[in-house]
Design a protein around this ligand. Structure first.
Ligand code: MTE
Ligand code: MO
Length: 198
């Protein structure tokens, strides 16, 4: 039997819906930066200006994308910077097990380090060979295709290395801390011991 591609409860819509909370931010290349802070190995914050970030080597990922509101987009082609590149240039303290992804306007999502370094996770700048559109996260979004899409933070401005797990924007508002669509981890009341911060 073939592996199913659609996680339980999901459907493929017409078109590609755009969803976010709040307004679409403006991109100002001169003041844009990507900050790596929290428990860095050096104890110092790292900062990338747009010109530096844009020159980092790019990788390709083709992946399906699953929103907790039940639509799934199949075979999306992303290009961008691998989390491994950021971990090399701005290494975490060895005790770091979780990462908070931070966006414009304070939107955030937490990831386990294992999800951050998973092969499909990417800081995407392009989709379908074009720069990502403003409403899909231009100039930079993370895609974490193996988790529900609220973890795929648009308009990313930095990451925070965490020694202890902490909930992000939707995880604080009743959504599952881990968010594996194959296990239908939609809501926080489904969390098993060890899946969320104490
Ligand atoms: N900064 C930010 N990123 C975000 C959101 C948001 O509200 N703000 N919404 C998330 C949710 S719930 C989904 S389903 C996806 C939608 O991505 P899309 O608009 O490219 O379909 O973005 C995610 N990333
Ligand atoms: Mo979503």
């Amino acid at each position: 039997m073939q592996e199913p591609r659609l996680p339980p409860g999901q459907y493929v819509p017409r078109g590609r819906p755009v969803i976010h909370y709040g307004r679409v931010p403006q991109f100002r290349p001169d003041s844009w930066d990507f900050r790596v802070f929290g428990a860095t190995a050096s104890g110092e914050e790292h900062r990338f200006a747009w010109d530096d970030f844009e020159r980092l080597p790019r990788a390709d990922v083709v992946a399906d994308f699953h929103c907790v509101t039940k639509f799934s987009l199949m075979g999306v082609e992303w290009r961008g910077v691998s989390p491994a590149t950021i971990l090399d240039l701005a290494p975490p303290d060895p005790g770091v097990r979780h990462v908070m992804i931070w966006a414009e306007y304070g939107y955030s999502a937490n990831l386990r380090m294992s999800d951050f370094t998973a092969p499909g996770t990417l800081f995407a700048m392009e989709v379908d060979d074009k720069p990502i559109s403003l409403d899909r996260g231009f100039p930079l979004r993370i895609v974490v295709p193996h988790l529900y899409a609220w973890k795929s933070v648009k308009w990313v401005r930095g990451i925070e290395y965490l020694l202890e797990d902490r909930r992000g924007f939707w995880e604080e508002r009743g959504y599952h801390n881990v968010a594996d669509p194959w296990r239908e981890q939609r809501y926080s009341y489904q969390e098993e011991p060890g899946e969320g911060p104490p």
